[in-house]
Design a protein around this ligand. Structure first.
Ligand code: NAD
Length: 339
């Protein structure tokens, strides 16, 4: 009937229909997976990033988020809420450029929160990190551990969490800080973390260097589980902080063994002296995420690594094909005739 609107949110297959999610950093590793997840739930998505989003079905706003005019342009009145993932994400870079990290991580978050407040956009989810707690030795990290970040990266994310808390308290915004552990999964070819290094070594038939004896433990979480945590926080309108991790820690040596199994490659190891500040352990308790978000990590490390390996080998095959085409083109140009 003319003039009536269908409440699409009643559709169990598309529970986010009729909503628009603004995803900052939507072209990044987690961002691309988050865009896909929200679209599967029926949401419209706007991505704001330095690069254009490579799919016309997504509204893409391109530019630098430190520019207030860009934030203003991205946060259209139909935006239901924000998933804020854009950041300076490298600990090393944050230590080299602390002022730039403050501007990008803290000022941008503040600017987005303020626009959300002014425009009545009620929901705001931040991609945070367990780096906000610093080094707690082998203690289990919960959301209640005091924040003692040891890097500008960790410090700026801690500051962002405080801003979220203040905006929830003063203005009733639904704000969520999700503290991610080490994320791995398809789409991380551009990254320089340990899992992609293992994959590159497996492809090239080379090895990897590890700091110390390799008994230090880490929590790894698959990107598919990360986006399940984000969408659950969105749908449940959860306000507060929750750790999203794999919920079990593995040693670097165990990780290498799992990568050998997933790739079938030997991946020899060279032990080098541990860096100062190398954390002996990252062990997290994910019981709050389980209780509040119904979060449940779904992939074993072995299965998860197989998804990354499949992605790396597919990318390698595409690159090899492109190389063949280029060689053929070069031959055509030099010889002037078809092969
Ligand atoms: N990847 C992890 O293991 C991990 C762990 C803990 C927390 N996090 C957090 O999760 C979020 C997403 O991480 P990721 O691994 O997808 O990062 P990423 O570096 O792959 O993606 C970040 C995206 O933000 C965009 N961006 C950066 N600066 C920008 C600017 N000035 N203007 C516009 N766009 C800008 C980049 O172009 C990029 O597409 C980050 O906030 C990060 O701190 C990630």
């Amino acid at each position: 009937m003319w003039g009536t609107t269908v409440d699409k949110t009643d559709d169990p297959d598309r529970p986010c229909a009729g909503q628009r999610v603004l995803i900052t950093g939507g072209c990044g590793f987690v961002g691309r997976a988050a865009v896909a997840a929200f679209r599967r739930l029926g949401a419209e998505v706007t991505v704001v990033d330095q690069r254009p989003f490579p799919d016309d079905a997504v509204h893409s706003v391109v530019g630098d988020l430190t520019d207030p005019a860009l934030r203003d342009r991205a946060m259209t009145p139909d935006v239901t809420g924000v998933v804020h993932l854009a950041a300076i994400t490298s600990v090393l870079r944050s230590a080299e450029a602390p002022a730039e990290t403050f501007t990008m991580n803290v000022e941008v978050t503040q600017g987005l929160l303020e626009l959300a407040r002014q425009r009545g956009i009620e929901q705001f989810i931040l991609g945070s990190t367990n780096a906000v707690v610093g080094n707690v030795g082998t203690a289990t990290i919960t959301e209640d551990i005091p924040l003692r970040p040891l890097t500008p990266y960790g410090a700026t994310k801690a500051a962002c969490e405080m801003l979220l808390s203040g905006y929830a308290g003063a203005y009733g915004l639904t704000t969520t800080a999700l503290r991610f552990t080490n994320i791995y999964g398809p789409g991380m070819e551009a990254k320089d973390s340990f899992v992609p290094r293992l994959m590159r070594a497996a492809l090239a038939g080379t090895g990897v260097q590890i700091y110390g004896d390799g008994t230090q433990v880490r929590d790894l979480v698959h990107v598919q589980d990360i986006v399940a945590g984000i969408t659950a926080a969105w749908q449940r309108r959860f306000t507060g902080t929750a750790i999203i991790g794999g919920g079990r820690s593995v040693s670097v040596l165990d990780l290498i063994a799992a990568a050998r199994e997933a790739t079938g490659a030997e991946i020899p190891v060279e032990h080098i002296p541990a860096k100062t500040g190398e954390m002996p352990a990252v062990i997290v308790d994910i019981s709050r995420a389980r209780a509040e978000l119904g979060y449940q990590p779904s992939l074993s490390l072995a299965d998860g690594l197989r998804t990354v390996w499949a992605d790396f080998t597919a990318a390698e095959a595409t690159a090899a094909e492109a190389n063949e085409v280029n060689t053929a083109d070069a031959e055509l140009t030099t010889s002037g005739q078809l092969r």
